[in-house]
Design a protein around this ligand. Structure first.
Ligand code: DSN
Length: 417
């Protein structure tokens, strides 16, 4: 049937793109990937992404499409929906959003009209652009009130959030973040939302894998709507997901298509189905436990070397290193670490005085390296390498020596080899 090795065709038709792809593969294999939102999908997920369903138009939903010939893709979408529902214990799943922000756009439009008030975590305190930042659609369509973390503990202060919510009375409250490393109290947020008649939306994009493995509080029983991506801790294809109770099913599906999207990416939906199946396994749950254990270990090693980790540790797959006391910027740290074979991203820390292009810190995540099989022992090694670069950021000899050591560590845990 279908030729499983497609690369010779790409090589022949477009050697320049083949070369760029080889370059990226070598980068992923040779570098230590610590970007908290990235991961390495399984070969099964990659295979599903490269399948002929990509050729199929299937506007609509299984059994109710605007095109003929949808019987095979219907099976894939049904499987994806049913698996997502079973994995997260949700009454309804929409697996069509192309990305997390797309899922959020749909979620907002199910409940809100332009000009309504939303309340989301400020970007500089760990929130996400699509939670009301002025440069994003969410910030220009809606009236936005931002909550922040506590100045002292750098964690969420639910009493302060309640006070602010009572004063501002948002129509919708967004929980979730891209750079917050502690768990969320969804029950308390539900109570706050109930007291003002607000919708509770949870964007679990970052910690969805942890929720699936039942090692993070579960938002599904408390939220009116849950959005996610499928490629971060969940380790699937790039894409979005929406979960909701049955009572919102019709509206969610209608706003997603035809409301905000056109034809669904059926090959990506097939790959999402594979991802959800993988996430139901005991192996996946063990993987998620290791992701968190690795993040705790790596942050511990850096703290033992004298680095400030925001909130003094982590409950999840990520943490933030605050360099302000050392007089370093996240921008310089990111550059030096990259040259030393470790990929992180600069990130503002709460109450940061520096711009998002410079920042006083950087974000570290362990999902990708844990997918390569690394455990606490390797986190010790990696923490020592990171610290040696950060302690002497402009020392070329250290950078080159570390680059070699990082490459050797990567080689011991082969990726797609
Ligand atoms: N850009 C993602 C992250 O890095 O957290 C969120 O969309």
């Amino acid at each position: 049937m279908f030729n499983e090795n497609l690369f010779p065709y790409l090589e022949k038709t477009d050697p320049e793109i083949m070369d760029a792809m080889r370059c990226e593969l070598a980068r992923q294999q040779g570098q230590l990937e610590l970007i908290a939102s990235e991961n390495f999908a399984s070969r099964a997920v990659l295979a599903a992404l490269s399948n002929p369903m990509q050729n199929k138009y299937a506007e609509g939903y299984p059994g109710k499409r605007y095109y003929g010939g949808c019987e095979c893709v219907d099976r894939a979408e049904e499987l994806a929906r049913e698996r997502a529902k079973a994995l997260f214990g949700a009454q309804h799943a929409n697996v069509q959003p192309h990305c997390g922000t797309g899922a959020n756009i749909t979620a907002y439009l199910v409940f809100l009209k332009p000009g309504d008030t939303i309340m989301g975590l400020s970007l500089s305190h760990g929130g996400h652009l699509s939670h009301g930042h002025p440069v994003n659609f969410s910030g220009s369509f809606f009236n936005v009130v931002h909550y922040e973390v506590d100045r002292e503990t750098k964690t969420l202060d639910y009493d302060a959030i309640e006070k602010q919510a009572l004063a501002e009375r948002p129509k919708l409250f967004v929980a979730g973040a891209s750079a917050y490393c502690r768990v969320w109290d969804f029950k308390r947020l539900r109570e706050i939302c109930d007291s003002i008649g607000a919708i509770l939306m949870v964007d679990m994009a970052h910690f969805a894998g942890l929720v699936a493995a039942k090692i993070h509080p579960d938002p599904v029983p408390y939220a009116d709507i849950v959005t996610s991506t499928t490629h971060k801790t969940l380790r699937g294809p790039r894409g979005g997901l929406i979960l909701c109770p049955e009572k919102y099913q019709k509206e969610v599906d209608k706003i997603n298509f035809p409301g905000t999207q056109g034809g669904p990416f059926m090959h990506v939906i097939a790959a999402k189905a594979v991802c959800f199946k993988e996430a139901m396994s005991e192996e996946f749950r063990a993987y998620q436990r290791q992701v968190v254990a690795n993040a705790k270990k790596l942050s511990g090693v850096l703290m033992a070397r004298g680095f400030d980790v925001v909130t003094g540790g982590t409950d999840t797959h990520l943490f933030l290193v605050d360099l302000s006391k050392r007089g370093l910027t996240g921008k310089d740290a990111e550059k030096a670490l990259e040259r030393a074979g470790m990929t992180v991203n600069k990130n503002t820390v709460p109450f940061d005085g520096k711009s998002p292009f410079v920042t006083s810190g950087f974000r570290v995540g362990t999902p990708a390296l844990t997918s390569r099989g690394m455990k606490e022992r390797e986190m010790e090694e990696l923490g020592a390498l990171m610290a040696s670069v950060l302690e002497d950021l402009t020392n070329e000899k250290t950078i080159l020596r570390t680059r070699e050591a990082a490459g050797a560590l990567a080689k011991r845990f082969p990726l797609y080899a």
